[in-house]
Design a protein around this ligand. Sequence first.
Ligand code: ATP
Length: 246
Amino acid sequence: MSLAFKNIFHGYGGLEVLKDVSFKTEPGRITVLLGPSGCGKSTLLKLAAGFEKPVMGSVCFNESPVTGPGVERGMMFQTPVLFDWLTVAGNVAFGLRQAGVRGKEQQDRVNRFMALTGLADFKDYYPGALSGGMQQRAALARLLVMEPQCLLMDEPFSGLDAQLRPKMQELVLSVWRDLRPTVLFVTHDVEEALVLGHRILVFSKRPGHIVKDIERALEKKDPLDQLTDPGFGKEKKNILEILRDL
Ligand SMILES: Nc1ncnc2c1ncn2[C@@H]1O[C@H](COP(=O)(O)OP(=O)(O)OP(=O)(O)O)[C@@H](O)[C@H]1O
């Protein structure tokens, strides 16, 4: 269940985006990619998802080269990707139907992941009737129902209100406690990186490369408890200093 990036160089036309990036995620842990806008964080997720191939270097999942998208690596975007014409339950069931999972098994899996993401009472709602946070819950349920081993999360909460974000972060932590997926989470928010990350990789400005690899405790408290922890401010300051000096 681990992703390995080896000597990745990538760019678009004449734009150099990633420069010699190598790291391997720990199985069943949350690795956060943190860095300034445009340094290539989302590009790394696209390479992991198999949407693009690196110009140089390799991406492997469980020791096998990534050659294209696969259900074992599920991606979540900043804007929830939902079908407006299907109910929440219909959206969550969509991938299962495509995969030929039907009947009671489909129903059980949809119900399980709607409950896990706090959507049990919203199954007959259409996405347009949901708040942004609920839409992201539905997007997460839709991803989780396919039982991916690895979650690729590209700033999924950056469009949400500040008071909603700790709730969504708690959701990620509770999903992680239940299912222990390997998570690669992109953010440019230092607090979010600290709240979620078991490991934080800090990237330079473009062309992005890793400037700091920070290991953190495995046990994760509730986001609000973490934010008010006396040591939290010091860790945040250390990272902000790294980002300031880039
Ligand atoms: N398909 C593409 N074609 C051309 N340029 C691209 C493409 N995708 C990304 N870029 C450029 O590559 C650079 C890195 O983009 P990327 O989205 O990976 O950065 P990021 O670190 O995730 O930034 P942000 O935090 O702002 O989302 C940016 O300058 C972006 O404009």
